[in-house]
Design a protein around this ligand. Structure first.
Ligand SMILES: Cc1cc2nc3c(=O)[nH]c(=O)nc-3n(C[C@H](O)[C@H](O)[C@H](O)COP(=O)(O)O)c2cc1C
Length: 333
């Protein structure tokens, strides 16, 4: 089982941190689909230290989401430590995670995110400083390296362990790769063999079978799922079930997808406000509808909706149509 510090997860399936996605509304929904651990979107250390209102709003956690890992990013020791202390003392997060994987130039040019991967000594120094300053367990999420010429994955992972980090989540790509190519799972196995703290494997897990294969091939303690869960919390449920029983559950119906998307929308409205939530929900709605026949016909209507009633109307009508189509296909078959 996956255990980080004293915190025991009920299973090995972890929702990946995703900026602009993993707020409390989405996390709680995914949690209800059985995730063992949910990760929050990355939060700026400087935003926390400067007590920026929007940053502080990102620290909200519903008790029902727990156990939860809250990720911070930064490039300087002083602000990173202060931000970690704030999260430690003022939030109900269970774990403090440090981002060492973000490839975006805006982040790496501040010496944050994946930039750390070039310097195991910096990793040791920064992680030690955070570990010493807080009570909660500290973990790190990293990519395997900066580019093909600078792969220090093992040194970096060992630096995290020596510094007192309690787990490592590893995405098997370099920073330069961004999301191109295939994630390298061999490096996850190598890291698992090189450290004694739990390792969570990440990258390209698209199906419950992929999750099982990753765990088997790498020996990782947990499996982290990102993009495959977008608009698809069933991916988490189906993976948990498959790992526990070997049973592969069916895909949800169009009605089920739309019902959950409306629940997600209502949680977003409660978290932010209707105006922001409806706009933010547009991308999620497109993901929820992925794979349902005829979904392209409602895309414009979704993107033109600006109130809850409009968006729910579009989604519900589409669910009615999809249900009729499903029935027709059923009868024809
Ligand atoms: C939209 C998006 C936002 C992301 N934001 C973060 C983030 O805030 N912190 C982080 O460590 N990784 C972030 N990632 C990377 C994911 O956590 C994960 O490592 C990556 O998507 C690979 O996993 P997957 O193949 O299961 O999607 C993000 C990925 C996506 C697609």
């Amino acid at each position: 089982m996956l255990k980080i510090g004293d915190i025991e997860m009920k299973n090995q399936v972890v929702l990946a941190p995703m900026a602009g996605i993993c707020n409390s509304a989405f996390r709680l929904t995914v949690k209800e689909f059985g995730a063992g651990l949910v990760c929050a979107e990355m939060v700026s250390d400087k935003g926390i230290v400067l007590q920026n209102d929007r940053t502080l709003d990102m620290l909200y956690i519903d008790e029902r989401e727990k156990p939860l890992s809250l990720q911070i990013f930064g490039g300087e020791k002083e602000t990173l430590v202060k931000a970690a202390q704030y999260v430690d003392q003022n939030t109900n997060a269970d774990i403090i995670d440090i981002n060492m994987g973000c490839p975006v130039p805006k982040i790496t040019k501040c010496d944050a995110g994946a930039k750390w991967l070039l310097d195991p000594n910096k990793i040791y120094e920064m992680v030690s400083a955070v570990v010493d300053a807080v009570e909660k367990p500290v973990t790190v999420k990293m990519r395997m390296g900066w580019d093909e010429e600078h792969i220090f994955t093992i040194e970096n992972a060992q630096a995290v362990e020596r510094a007192g980090g309690k787990a490592i989540a590893l995405h098997g790509r370099t920073r330069v790769q961004m999301y191109e190519g295939e994630a390298n799972w061999d490096i996850i196995r190598d890291v698992k063999q090189a450290v004694n703290i739990p390792v969570i494997g990440n990258g390209d897990v698209q199906t419950p079978q992929d999750a099982k294969r990753m765990l088997e091939e790498t020996g990782a303690d947990g499996v982290m799922i990102g993009r495959a869960a977008l608009g698809n919390p069933w991916m988490i449920y189906r993976t948990v079930k498959y790992l526990q029983t070997g049973e592969l559950m069916g895909e949800p119906t169009a009605r089920e997808k739309i019902d959950v998307s409306i629940l997600h929308l209502d949680r977003l409205i409660a978290l932010k406000n209707e105006h922001i939530a409806v706009r933010e929900m547009r991308k999620h709605a497109a993901w929820y509808l992925k794979g349902i026949r005829g979904n392209a016909t409602v895309r414009n209507a979704i993107n033109e909706s600006s109130t809850r009633d409009q968006l729910v109307g579009v989604l519900t009508n589409f669910a009615d149509e999809a249900e009729m189509n499903e029935e027709k296909t059923h009868q024809a078959g």
